[in-house]
Design a protein around this ligand. Sequence first.
Ligand code: IPM
Ligand code: MG
Length: 389
Amino acid sequence: MIATEKIEAAKEKFGQLLEEQLRRVEEMKAQGDFIDYQSLDQIIIGVCGGDGIGPAITAQAQRVLEYLLKEEVKTNKVVFRTIDGLTIERRAAENAAIPPAVVEELKKCHVILKGPTTTPRKGDPWPNVESANVAMRKELDLFANVRPVRIPEQGIDWTFYRENTEGAYAVGSQGIHVTEDLGVDFTVVTSQGTERIIKAAFEFAKANGKTRVTAVTKANIIKTTDGKFLDTFREIAKEYPDITADDWYIDIMTAKLIDEKRRKDFQVVVLPNLYGDIITDEAAEFQGGVGTAGSANIGKRYAMFEAIHGSAPRMVQEGRDQYADPSSIIRAGAMLLGHIGYPEKADKLYRALDICTTTEKKVVITGRDTGATGAEFADYLMKTIEKLK
Ligand code: IPM
Ligand code: MG
């Protein structure tokens, strides 16, 4: 093919991407408000174990949630539904990020508790299917990735609002190799997508007595997409005169997070997808690593709660999955409880997690038979909750 033909082929592919994204804009415009879970007759919690250690730790999280929701389960106000099939084997067999039958099941639930899923990389034995996380965020339009990091003794109390459906991730697997020598990826921003994540961050701040919301971009360089994110942030900030709104560039923000004197000042941070991905791993590291953090993926109709860490296939190969630490997915479970309208139960679970993993630590998990199993940890947690009553 001569160059002009290659350019034409690339333009055609680019045109299709634009059409898809404009369709997404129309869908966002047509969307209603957030669902009110408590007004439903029944709340369906879907549970996907995922891969590797996922089923083992997710089962423990489900036990703890069932314990906290005993009454609600008895009266059928809340039901748990197991969703099979979100495994790398099945995804590989169907060559799908999420098998269509699983998507259908997910859409019958209101909220989802999800264990880690394998994201294939080039060179893995699996076909290079898209990440199940990313696909689920897009499929269920889970636009707000909320990741809290709290270290009370260091004065750290951060909540990150990572945009979850746009930016570098929107068409991250659909870049174009124009010629053998030239490859192009695309970053996507929309007014609707930007407004909803920034509003969600300010609304969270307002509802939780936070006094500062910070936007993080690289708008000095990435002028169109990050520029729009920042302009939108400044516009929306005017609607919240009691909240201080400031903005940082991602490079210096990353540095300031390790500055002990300055980092305490951050409260709520709102940022585009890729920056949010990177900075939330850095932030979680202060708290004890990504294994300790939970993550909520929230949309107007659906929400999904997950651990940030991976599926640790080696632990399963070595027969150690029952020793895997379930605290991250249990923390995600606490976020789920808060989200569906049980803030007191969520609070109890957070307090018990603090006691069991930081202050008291009577049961310690090491990841091997030198420590407790996930089930023993969950027992300890439930006993601790019992005492909080
Ligand atoms: C995360 C993860 C995912 C992401 C991966 C597993 C696709 O790193 O949830 O932060 O990049 O978003
Ligand atoms: Mg990440």
